[in-house]
Each structure stands twice: as C-alpha cells, then as structure tokens.
Design a protein around this ligand. Structure first.
Ligand SMILES: NC(=O)c1ccc[n+]([C@@H]2O[C@H](COP(=O)([O-])OP(=O)(O)OC[C@H]3O[C@@H](n4cnc5c(N)ncnc54)[C@H](OP(=O)(O)O)[C@@H]3O)[C@@H](O)[C@H]2O)c1
Length: 253
C-alpha cells in the first residue's frame, strides 16, 4: 500500500495506524528523514514500511519514483493520495504569484495523476486495487474566497477520480473520495482562527481513511453535505453576502 504525504499530519498518522495493523507500506513525500523516522518506528514495533523521496510537483521525480518501484518489483495494490499543499491568499495578493497556482496544481492534481497513471497498468492487469483520494470538503461546498489556488487544484483531482471511477471499476479497481473538514495539522496551523474551531485530529482523520480502506465506499462525507448541496443553489445570494461580510470584517482593523 502506497501512502503519499506520509511524513507529516494525516498521512503520518495513517501510516502508523496501518503499519501497526500489519500493512506492508510504501511511504512517499519530500522529507525522506521524516519518512525514515516513521518507517523505523514501525520496524521497531514489528511493522513493514519503506520510505521513498518524491516531489509531486516535479514530473522527473515522480517518474524516477515509479521507475524505482518497477525495478524493485513492487506491486502497489492500494494508493492513498494524501499528499497536499494548501495556500490561503487573496487574489489581490496573488497577482504576481502564479507559482502559487503551479505548486498547488502540481501537488494536488498533476503529480497524483502522473503517479496513478504509471501504477494503473499493473493494477488493471491484476484486476484489483483501491485508489483513495483524501479530499477537502471545500470542493463540495460553494467555493470560498482566499482558497482559489487550493480548491481549484483539489477539485481537479476530485473530478479526475470521479470521472475515471466508473472506467476503473470495470477493471476491478475501487475508487474512494473522502471529504474532510478541518483537521488540526501543520497545514491548517498557519490560520490562527482555525485553532479555535472544532476539527478532527490527524489520528481521527486517519481512522476515517482506515474505514474507507475496509469498506471501499465511493465517498465518505459528513451526513449534512447532501442536504446542503441540495439547498445551496437556492441560497447563492445569501452565501455571497455572508462571504463578503466575513472578508470585510477580517480586513477591518
Ligand atoms: N488539514 C486540513 O484541515 C485538511 C482538510 C481537508 C483535507 N485535507 C487534506 O489532507 C491531506 C493531508 O493534509 P495534512 O493536513 O496532513 O497536511 P500536512 O501535515 O501539511 O501534510 C502534507 C503532506 O503532503 C506532503 N507533500 C507536500 N508537498 C509535497 C510534494 N511536493 N511532493 C510530495 N509530497 C508533498 C508533505 O510532505 P513533505 O513536506 O515531506 O513533502 C506532507 O507529508 C491533504 O491532501 C489535504 O489537502 C486537509
């Protein structure tokens, strides 16, 4: 089982939970030292995990990673696309920052697609496998200001997997999208207000992913998301006014 973004946060918590449950893990991210710490903690406890350095924003790095896996004869049956990068910034402050959009699309969309395409032939040949996308609730809600770079990139991979899902199921491959709300990790920490808001811990979020790995549903989302999505088109004006009010309030000293 491959977990991307296993060096910190949700991915790290997931690696520890699955490793202790006996899974044979491939851990991928840029911080090789952190991945090796997770792997060695697991080895001490009797688990099996190998660490791989990969930068999802760099096509050559993703290519080198998948080539290495093939050379090692590693069969990947389950992929948890968990690595992610968020950026919370006003468009007015992003005018000279196209790199923000390139980075977020690289980590959250293009890199995962390149990785998955390289792993698919073997999964298709075996007619088995499970692809899990660790998603943000933001992609199922009316898009919020400041999150343009992140939400667009997460939504791209969400649409990719939901579009590929029916095709992949024909090849015996299950696909699951997990829509998480706030999780208190390194990613959410820079936004001070989130510290006061209710959210999951990384361990709690990892348990949700474990549930997905056992039951393989098409999606996991909070129960209230369905009714909210039905109501949303009727409340567009109200939502726009509320978002405008919160932006003005944040900017007023
Ligand atoms: N935290 C939240 O509130 C929240 C809510 C909904 C969904 N999510 C999603 O949950 C997932 C995990 O987020 P988290 O909260 O655990 O964040 P995190 O603690 O910042 O962890 C992000 C992981 O992604 C890896 N990563 C970042 N850039 C990468 C790159 N270029 N190449 C390879 N790996 C890279 C990081 O490792 P390196 O830095 O070592 O590369 C790290 O392991 C993300 O997909 C995120 O979108 C988070």
């Amino acid at each position: 089982m491959l977990i991307t973004g296993a060096s910190f946060g949700i991915g790290r918590a997931l690696a520890l939970q699955l490793g202790l449950a006996g899974a044979d893990l491939l851990l991928a991210a840029r911080s090789l030292d952190e991945l090796e710490k997770v792997a060695s903690d697991l080895h001490e406890l009797g688990g099996r995990a190998r660490a791989y350095e990969v930068d999802l924003t760099d096509p050559a790095s993703v290519d080198a990673f998948t080539t290495q896996l093939a050379a090692e004869g590693v069969q990947v049956d389950v992929v948890v696309h968990n690595a992610g990068k968020s950026i919370r910034r006003l468009i007015a402050q992003s005018l000279d920052r196209t790199h923000d959009f390139r980075r977020t699309i690289g980590v959250n969309y293009l890199g995962p697609v390149q990785l998955q395409l390289a792993l698919l032939p073997a999964m298709m040949a075996r007619r088995a496998g499970h692809i899990v996308s660790v998603q943000s609730l933001g992609v199922r809600l009316p898009p919020a200001p400041r999150w343009a770079a992140y939400t667009a990139a997460k939504a791209a991979f969400d649409a990719w997997l939901r579009s590929a899902g029916p095709e992949l199921r024909q090849h015996g491959i299950a696909c699951t999208s997990i829509y998480l709300g706030l999780v208190h990790t390194r990613m959410s920490a820079p936004t001070a207000a989130y510290g006061q808001m209710p959210g999951m811990t990384a361990d709690e979020a990892a348990r949700v992913i474990c549930r997905a790995l056992i039951h393989r549903p098409r999606r996991i989302q909070p129960w209230w998301l369905g009714p909210l999505r039905v109501l949303a088109p009727w409340c567009e004006g109200l939502v726009d006014r509320a978002l405008g009010w919160s932006l003005r309030r944040e900017r007023t000293p």
